[in-house]
Design a protein around this ligand. Structure first.
Ligand code: SF4
Length: 299
């Protein structure tokens, strides 16, 4: 039996864990139809469990005629919230507090008279929410190069979509600083992705083979597998324990296990049990990637 090593942090980020917990709690407490606006989590096994407990998902408010709507962890614009209420829907808002923090920072900058620049991907749910929180009074950019073409005010404020790269944010701030007299930047980037990736690379350096657990379509899970493979070890992406083949891990000393930000603990545990003869190693604990962001946002 090989030794099993879990990544230092793995699986659900804080916001997704909270969204799933609040939604399942709401299901226990609220009768009637319950629908999430968009996919609550990019993981088919979690979605299947939610469906089993009577929670559907719909792409838009127009497809939700009645009952309770659960708003996404990525947040929504205030207009969407108002529309849900105007349609007579009961609203459960599971917006990640880190995303809410980005909304507040953006609003504060606009209220204080700064021209607002938002670093983010056009069309992303979270970005729509941030822009909506300031009634569209912001310029959306994806890179420092795009800042160069803008006519900037003397006072410029900057916030970021939570999943942007720190390097891109720093480059945008530097570019704005070349022109503006007063620059106020809120670093609203969530560190969960970076923490998962750093831990996966460390794991791959200590293991003979790595198994990465997560939804087939989950981009952050696929990225973890690629990073592990880049360390020169065989790295396999699986959704469930049943997909693991014996030939991957027989005759190796250490199997590393990590998981994407939308993978729940129970799927990780099933994989570990499969590798460990049916039980969990004593004292095994899955730690999630949120401490650094919590400390940054809330002290
Ligand atoms: S990635 Fe970060 S901001 Fe997004 S839901 Fe997870 S904890 Fe919240």
């Amino acid at each position: 039996m090989p030794a099993i090593k879990l990544a230092r942090v793995a699986g659900f980020c804080f916001g997704v864990q909270r969204a799933v917990d609040l939604t399942t709690q709401a299901r226990r407490e609220i009768d009637g139809r319950m629908t999430t606006l968009g996919m609550l989590v990019h993981n088919p096994q979690v979605i299947a469990r939610l469906q089993e407990s009577g929670i559907e998902s719909a792409p838009a408010l127009e497809s939700i005629p009645e009952g309770t709507v659960v708003l996404s962890a990525h947040g929504v614009a205030p207009g969407t919230l108002a529309e849900a209420r105007a349609r007579g829907l009961n609203v459960v808002d599971v917006t990640c507090p880190f995303v809410t923090r980005a909304h507040r920072c953006a609003q504060q900058l606009v209220e204080q008279g700064f021209q607002l620049i938002v670093l983010g991907d056009p069309g992303h749910t979270e970005v729509k929410g941030i822009l909506g929180a300031v009634n569209g009074q912001a310029v959306l950019v994806q890179s420092a190069e795009q800042v160069r073409g803008l006519k900037l005010s003397r006072r410029v404020g900057i916030v970021s979509q939570t999943t942007q790269r720190a390097e891109t944010f720093a480059a945008v701030v530097a570019e704005v600083s070349r022109t503006a007299f007063e620059v106020r930047a809120f670093n609203t980037i969530c560190n969960a992705t970076d923490e998962l990736q750093e831990a996966a690379v460390e794991l791959a350096q200590q293991a003979d083979v790595v198994i990465v657990v997560g939804g087939r379509k989950s981009a952050n899970t696929r990225r973890l597998r690629d990073l592990c493979a880049a360390q020169g070890v065989p790295a396999y992406h699986v959704e469930t324990a049943e997909e693991i083949e014996d030939s991957w891990w027989k005759d190796v000393k250490t199997v590393g296990v990590t998981a994407g930000a939308s993978t729940p603990d129970w799927l990780i545990e099933e994989v570990v049990r499969r590798l460990n003869g049916g039980s969990l190693p004593e004292g095994m604990q899955i730690r999630h990637p949120d401490e650094r962001t919590r400390a940054k946002f809330f002290g």
